[in-house]
Design a protein around this ligand. Structure first.
Ligand code: OSB
Ligand code: MG
Length: 384
């Protein structure tokens, strides 16, 4: 069944986080993002951009995503019919980077496709799991005591993986404190968000003694060479996040030995089609993957759940329940544990969650609709 996208809506929303989230890149107090609705006939598909409000994680921000969608990606999507969501990635492939902008619109098309075919997004992707294991990503806390309190709560809640953000000056001591307090069996890892260089080799080697499941992105965001040098020196597996934008990046990193695990984020790699390709490559090479997070609101979170249902997502991801982040999420029902540390993979058509329109209205900053049959697709058409 061909899809002709007739209309796309963009909504910019801002919602407060329950608690500030600090990483080596900075502190976030709010979630600001763009929601995408793609319409065809009686159906609508939902997408969400994961770009941050400042370009500290990758080169994109909320405004660049809006700009690329409006100027290039939406007009291009209107220009032809789509047979399958995989076509979208091909259609956008002429444009360099801007993966989060592409993924937001591509995600809406995947949801639309699944709904038009009456299947869940997980089914459309070839998902194999009915539940997924999830962990929690804990930001840098003001003191080690506060960090230990948070870890205790998350262990009690049943999270299957505890990931702790580290930065120079907050690395060996917090990890040691967690091991000393909670013992060797807690599934523990650290994420440095590129805060170190090979000059920090001694500190990074010191982390080896804590039996971490992995160390995520210790070195530069654009590096795979030094990571290979580091991996040769470490017992702990390195997991790459920021360095992997494409299936080719993944192939090269694996060939160089830069990592033994890959964190897949749909936005970072330009959409679900490319995320699945990286998943498949890693499966072929016997390399486990897991689903990273970007503090997504409910739509992005639902896409993550569907992706994490693929068979080689064998390590618990960062897709925590809604209440970990927000007082009110934008989907209904809110995303919550089916059992401690586990989320159910929806079986109803598409992303499997309804939209909480009143939550979106409360959070709305800007909205714009684009119609395919207008001469200029950038005409502002207030839709409500
Ligand atoms: O490095 O994984 C990361 C959030 C924003 C930007 C980068 C990262 C993160 C997280 C949060 O770790 C994961 C989550 O969504 O809970
Ligand atoms: Mg990371």
């Amino acid at each position: 069944m061909n899809m002709k996208i007739e209309r796309v809506d963009l909504q910019r929303i801002k919602i407060p986080l329950n608690s500030p989230f600090e990483t080596s890149m900075g502190v976030e107090t709010h979630k600001e993002c763009i929601l995408v609705r793609a319409y065809s006939g009686a159906h609508v598909g939902f997408g969400e951009s994961v770009a941050m409000d400042v370009p500290v994680y990758n080169e994109e921000d909320v405004d660049t995503v809006w700009y690329m969608l409006e100027k290039y990606l939406i007009p291009q999507l209107f220009s032809r019919e789509i047979e399958h969501p995989d076509d979208v990635s091909r259609l956008f492939s002429w444009m360099r980077r801007n993966h989060m902008a592409k993924a937001a619109l591509e995600g809406a098309v995947w949801d639309l496709y699944a709904k038009m075919n009456g299947i869940s997004l997980s089914q459309a992707l070839g998902g194999a799991r009915t539940t997924i294991d999830v962990g929690v990503s804990i930001g840098i806390e003001p003191t080690i005591e506060k960090l230990l309190q948070r870890v205790e709560g998350f262990i009690r809640d049943g999270y299957k993986k505890i990931k702790v953000k580290i930065k120079p000056g907050f690395d060996v001591e917090p990890m040691r404190a967690i091991r000393n307090t909670f013992g060797p069996d807690v599934p523990l890892m650290a994420d440095a968000n590129s805060a170190y260089t090979l000059a920090d080799m001694e500190m990074l080697k010191a982390l080896d003694s804590f039996g971490l499941i992995m160390i995520e992105q210790p070195l530069a965001h654009d590096d795979i060479i030094d990571h290979a040098t580091l991996q040769r020196e470490l017992k702990t597996p390195i997991c790459l996040d920021e360095s992997i934008h494409t299936v080719e990046d993944a192939r090269k990193a694996l060939e160089l030995g830069s990592c033994r695990i890959i964190n897949i984020k749909i936005g970072r790699v330009g959409g679900l089609t490319d995320a699945k390709k990286i998943h498949d490559l890693c499966a072929t090479r016997g390399v486990p993957v897991w689903c990273g997070g970007m503090l997504e609101a409910g739509i992005g979170r639902a896409h993550n759940i569907a992706m994490a249902s693929l068979s080689n997502f064998t390590i618990a991801g960062d897709t925590s329940p809604s209440h970990r982040y927000f007082a009110e999420d934008i989907v209904t029902p809110v995303i919550d544990f089916a059992a401690p540390g586990m989320l159910a993979v929806p079986t109803t058509p598409g992303i499997g969650f309804d939209i909480n329109e009143s939550a979106i209205r409360n959070a709305l900053i800007e909205h714009k609709s684009y119609l395919a049959n207008r001469e200029s697709t950038t005409t502002l058409i207030p839709s409500w």
